[in-house]
Design a protein around this ligand. Structure first.
Ligand SMILES: [Fe+2]
Length: 144
């Protein structure tokens, strides 16, 4: 028996499909850019952004975006499950060369977990918004 209501499960399934499409479209854009087709790349990127918006709307409709420390706790639990249960199980079933791609994901996610924990610590230790580390502030400036 599922631990979440059926409507949420279906909306989460749709979210996963649209989020995966967005990432795939960004990969296609990068490939098109590398192949010397910058306009094709921009069109892929535009569709990827639309897919991202759909994914966000679906996750919100599934009532899975609740704000603050709740979202951080959910993200931390998800990353831990992937690193401690899901990916080790997949890695055990793969040849070493293929497993290496997933081992890189696990390593990257350890960094993501540290960042998520730091965000949760910052959010729960003082009222209001969290401080912005210098490297994050630099990224935000470049993105605009
Ligand atoms: Fe993850």
């Amino acid at each position: 028996m599922s631990r979440i209501p059926r409507f949420q499960e279906h909306l989460k399934t749709a979210f996963t499909a649209e989020a995966a499409s967005a990432a795939r479209f960004r990969a296609n854009a990068a490939r098109a850019e590398g192949d010397g087709h910058p306009n094709l790349a921009r069109r892929w990127q535009r569709l990827a952004a639309a897919k991202d918006a759909l994914a966000v709307a679906l996750l919100e409709a599934a009532e899975q975006v609740r704000g603050g420390a709740t979202d951080l706790a959910d993200a931390i639990a998800e990353e831990r499950f992937e690193n401690d249960v899901l990916y080790p199980k997949l890695i055990r079933d793969l040849d070493p060369a293929t497993a290496d791609a997933l081992l890189r994901v696990v390593a990257a996610q350890k960094e993501h977990l540290r960042e998520l924990e730091a965000m949760r610590q910052a959010l729960t230790s003082a009222p209001g918004d969290v401080a912005l580390p210098a490297e994050v502030a630099d990224t935000a400036v470049r993105a605009t």
